[in-house]
Design a protein around this ligand. Structure first.
Ligand SMILES: C[S@@+](CC[C@H](N)C(=O)[O-])C[C@H]1O[C@@H](n2cnc3c(N)ncnc32)[C@H](O)[C@@H]1O
Length: 293
């Protein structure tokens, strides 16, 4: 059994996994009901080998239990949002299209939208989330502009947000390679979907669920995700977490992973030419150790 923790709209990873595992089974998970619906249609002919499940990969342990699976041979996590989500104006993920300011990956779960955040959070809370999750140096100015704008009229659409950010950042400081609203949109999306919390829990659940020799592959798309993945895998690959000056180990932490990639793998020029969105992708691979040393 292998797990594709992020089925996505194309189901490409699940298809590849199915192809390399004749006789095996794939459990494909996505928190987005639209991706699940498309996945169920796509794999309707192989419903016995590809199980399509609606859920958050953070809840992998419960999902596996529900299917009576106690361990898996491989897990892939292709993080972030899909082109289907990004290019659908009604989902509100992109500043390129006008649409409602939503950004929820799983609208069926309720939860807050990006509009709720920009219209109700204090200026300090907004600045904090935009600085932390967007790594935006003008976070304070953007937050102040949002508060000013909503005092006249609530922000309802992606265009409202894009225009507000464009006005808040002086034109001479606009980044050259990305749109000035990119970082604010990323910050709100991460907050709305609790993406980094899910990733942290999902990685721990994955490491626990892998059988010895089983492999984990994670593709991240921005530095916050990649740093979190790198740190979690490095900790799991270490034999002791005691401070270096301590003469004897008292932590009892033992390595459960072997790292196949000390440095993340990037897409090459040929791949980027055919798929420009691969430009920011970083792949890390690790293997569950057979016996903890
Ligand atoms: C980059 S796309 C995956 C594309 C996929 N590999 C394919 O071949 O089409 C990311 C997908 O992960 C899903 N996702 C993101 N975070 C998730 C989470 N915590 N649990 C489950 N699915 C998640 C998103 O809804 C999105 O559909």
């Amino acid at each position: 059994m292998v797990v594709d923790g992020t089925l996505g709209a194309g189901g490409v990873t699940a298809t590849l996994l199915e192809g390399v595992l004749p006789g095996g089974r794939v459990l494909a998970i996505d928190r987005d009901p639209a991706a699940v619906q498309r996945g169920r249609e796509r794999f309707a002919g192989s419903a016995r080998t590809v199980l399509v499940e609606h859920g958050d990969f953070a809840d992998l342990a419960g999902i596996l239990r529900h299917h009576g699976i106690d361990a898996v041979d491989a897990v892939t996590l292709d993080l972030g949002i899909s082109s289907l989500q990004l290019d659908d104006p009604d989902r509100g993920f992109s500043f390129r299209y006008d649409g409602p300011l939503d950004m929820r990956m799983d609208p069926s779960a309720g939860g807050i939208t990006a509009a709720d955040i920009v219209n109700t959070w204090t200026s300090d809370e907004l600045a904090n989330v935009i600085a932390t999750y967007g790594e935006e140096r003008f976070a304070r100015a953007v937050a102040a502009a949002l508060v000013r704008r909503r005092s006249e009229k609530p922000l309802r659409t992606t265009t409202d947000l894009r225009e507000c950010v464009e006005r808040a950042i002086p034109r001479r400081y606009w980044p050259r390679r990305i749109h000035p609203a990119t970082r604010t949109f990323q910050a709100l999306r991460l907050e709305v979907n609790h993406e980094l919390e899910s990733l942290e829990r999902g990685l721990q659940a994955t490491i626990t669920s892998l059988r010895p020799g089983g492999r984990l592959g994670v593709i991240s798309f921005h530095s916050l995700e990649d740093t979190l993945v790198k740190n979690a895998l490095h900790v799991a690959a270490q034999n002791c977490l005691c401070p270096p000056q301590q003469p004897l180990c008292t932590c009892a932490h033992r390595a459960s992973l072997f790292l196949h990639t000390r440095k993340a793998i990037k897409a090459d020029a040929v791949e980027i030419a055919t798929n420009p969105r691969a430009r920011s992708a970083r792949l890390r691979v690790a293997e569950k150790l057979a016996v903890a040393p």
